[in-house]
Design a protein around this ligand. Structure first.
Ligand code: CA2
Length: 149
């Protein structure tokens, strides 16, 4: 049971800038917490971060047949990328969208997500916990799917 966690653009800067919005934890902190939780849940987790839209699209395409679920924080591409949306919908891998901040109580341009319409669900606003909640949701989906097969 393999789950891929994808971090979009600028999330490599976590912990280094804008702590009032994004907190003081780093990307490594998130990944370490996710690895610990994955072991508790009995799933395997892998991580990928890129600042490049095409690399993110490629990673999603390459996930077909390898991963049973994706957790993605698409960063600013959430609000701009039809390409990421199409990649998620064409691979048909169950995908959970997650955000550190509550995108609905920020600027208007963040209130629209191109991803939510092709995601199983979205978790936003809980800081680092958004990722942990998303991994729990993804693990449940994968386990339910495994039972059906
Ligand atoms: O709240 C989230 O997780 C976001 O996906 C973060 C994106 C933002 O564009 C989305 O609207 C909401 C921004 C990620 C940039 O992260 C930074 C971290 C530290 C310093 C600067 C940017």
């Amino acid at each position: 049971m393999k789950i891929l966690v994808i971090h979009g653009p600028n999330l490599n800067l976590l912990g280094k800038r804008e702590p009032e919005i994004y907190g003081t934890f780093t990307l490594s902190d998130i990944n370490n917490r996710l690895s610990t939780l994955a072991a508790e849940l009995g799933v395997e987790v892998s991580f990928f971060q890129s600042n490049h839209e095409g690399e993110l699209v490629q990673k999603i395409q390459d996930a077909m047949g390898v991963y049973q679920a994706i957790v993605i924080n698409p960063g600013a591409y959430t609000h701009t990328s039809v390409a990421l949306r199409d990649a998620i919908s064409s691979t048909a891998i169950p995908t959970i969208e997650t955000h550190i901040s509550n995108i609905y109580r920020r600027e208007d341009f963040r209130k629209h997500s191109y991803i939510s319409g092709v995601a199983v669900g979205q978790i936003a606003g809980f800081g680092l916990d958004s990722y942990l909640l998303a991994l729990r949701a993804a693990a449940s989906l994968v386990k339910d799917d495994a039972k059906k097969q």
